[in-house]
Design a protein around this ligand. Structure first.
Ligand SMILES: C[S@@+](CC[C@H](N)C(=O)[O-])C[C@H]1O[C@@H](n2cnc3c(N)ncnc32)[C@H](O)[C@@H]1O
Length: 477
């Protein structure tokens, strides 16, 4: 393989604030609530938060598919607007780590949390810069040993045996419908690939290779090694392969591509800051009070995306890495905020309990008139988001901001202005000496090609997808 040259040094001056031109900025506010609009002018937003057509595949942003990512430009704008160099940002529902990557590039420290084990792995890898030479030498060595292992497997196959003929100790994990979703030969190859990866001693290189592994399974279109199409859009659809996928080739091609992305990110990331994954539940942030300067996050939409449904294709393979068995992961799906997997009995109980919040109670009531299950699902979503917002308030420093990116839903024909509900929920949480106050709501149109969310028509935009940035500030009581 060709030896690559050292990456050029980043253009950005180290240790200096990144220049940010505010001259073209002005407010873009949805004046739906009295009070909110009065706060206009406290901070600035670019004329256009849509970033339509913006290139989003720079740094490590595109190394793994992930549903409902926000554009990196949005995180970049928010981080620069609300923080200064070396301050600390948290994304408690970090997903694929967009906020963390941007924080690294902009010289801010960051924390990430996500309930999904694959999301945590992707976030960690995407926001952990790696030494150029270590990455080169370890991955080159890996490529050679992987090639040899696959040659042995081919030879064994020609001699009438399979994986057990070369690596007796390697077992293919058992999980529901495995042989429906993966050809038997592909399963052997993935098991061999995984075992080679797990032999890599350096944990950062190993995790990076695991993300490459996952990225050949969870893909857009028909390019997966699984018998599936468009896992990146969350719901698996069976796709009969025309020929057996070339697992080794697909892996090596991805490895080279992702290595380039990692090299670029590592060269551009500010070495004076770090990103850390610190937990798995946004409702319980493992930080003391007043530890962060900014919260930027995008919760799942109510009842919109079932992450485990797509991620299980990797998580089942990497059970021992994540410390989770197939059954446990399926169960964990019930704990994701926004899940629709809520028991009817829980729904019936929930809808009896009022939040004592005008809009939130109205939404739950309207929904329960048409579908009590959906009302219960929404109730649970609001209740859990209230807990998240309470944690957001707790960990924020005084006079600092939290921005929640969320959009409206339409459930059983009922318009659910989730962004407005988020204002009520945010302003309902109070600490001993603080509360959250909504400072404004910014609106952005979604780039359908980029942010994969269910289309909300009707009341909210006649087919144009819109989402909102709810800006909350921690103020003294
Ligand atoms: C819309 S995605 C975030 C996408 C992210 N902004 C990005 O750009 O990749 C929402 C995330 O919330 C996570 N989530 C759901 N329930 C959670 C919980 N209780 N605690 C932390 N994360 C949770 C999901 O796993 C998902 O990754």
């Amino acid at each position: 393989m060709k030896r690559q040259t050292m990456p050029t040094k980043t253009q950005r001056a180290r240790g200096k604030p990144v220049a940010y031109d505010h001259s073209h900025l002005r407010w873009q506010v949805v004046k739906r609530r009295r009070g909110v609009a009065e706060e206009v002018g406290r901070f600035r937003a670019p004329l256009d938060l849509d970033f339509k057509g913006a290139k989003t595949a720079y740094a490590t942003h595109a190394i793994h598919s992930f549903s409902a990512k926000f554009p990196p430009q949005l995180a970049s704008w928010a981080i620069q607007e609300f923080t200064s160099l070396r301050e600390t940002v948290i994304d408690p529902m970090a997903g694929s780590g967009t906020t963390l990557v941007e924080a690294c590039l902009l010289g801010r420290n960051s924390y990430g949390i996500d309930i999904d084990p694959l999301a945590r792995l992707i976030s960690k890898v995407k926001s952990t810069p790696m030494d150029f030479w270590k990455l080169q030498s370890e991955t080159n060595r890996f490529e050679v040993s992987l090639g040899l292992a696959f040659k042995e497997l081919e030879k064994a196959r020609r001699n009438g045996s399979g994986l057990e003929g070369v690596r007796k100790q390697i077992t293919i994990p058992e999980f529901p419908n495995r042989d429906y979703w993966f050809l038997a030969e592909v399963s052997e190859e993935l098991a061999l690939l995984k075992s080679q990866i797990l032999n890599v001693a350096d944990s950062d290189v190993r995790d990076f290779l695991l993300v490459v592994f996952s990225s050949i399974i969870i893909t857009k279109g028909k390019t997966s090694v699984a018998n599936v199409m468009d896992l990146a859009h969350s719901r698996p659809h069976y796709a009969k392969p025309e020929a057996k996928p070339d697992t080794l080739k697909l892996f090596i091609v991805r490895l080279m591509k992702l290595r380039k992305a990692m090299e670029k990110f590592s060269a551009d990331a500010d070495p004076n800051v770090s990103a850390k994954i610190i937990g798995d539940d946004a409702k319980r942030i493992a930080l003391n009070e007043e530890k962060v300067d900014f919260v930027f996050t995008s919760p799942p939409y109510v009842n919109a995306i079932d992450y485990p449904r797509a991620h299980k294709f990797t998580v089942f393979w990497l059970g021992e890495v994540f410390g989770v068995q197939p059954g446990e992961y399926t169960n964990l799906g019930k704990s994701y905020i926004g899940t629709e997997r809520v028991d009817k009995s829980e729904c019936l109980q929930r809808v009896q309990v009022k939040f004592e919040l005008r809009l939130v109670d109205k939404i739950v009531k309207e929904l329960s008139n048409v579908d009590v299950k959906q009302a219960g699902i929404a109730h649970r979503y609001f209740s859990e988001m209230q807990q998240v917002l309470s944690e957001v308030g707790r960990v924020l420093k005084f006079d600092k901001f939290g921005v929640i990116v969320v959009g409206p839903s339409n459930i059983r024909g009922i318009s659910v202005p989730t962004h407005e509900a988020m204002v009520e929920l945010g302003e309902s949480v109070v600490g001993r000496r603080w509360k959250l106050r909504c400072e404004g709501i910014l609106r952005r149109k979604l780039d359908r090609d980029k942010r994969q969310l269910p289309v909300v028509r009707g009341l909210f935009g006649n087919g144009i997808q819109t989402e909102y940035l709810v800006v909350l500030k921690k103020v003294r009581l």
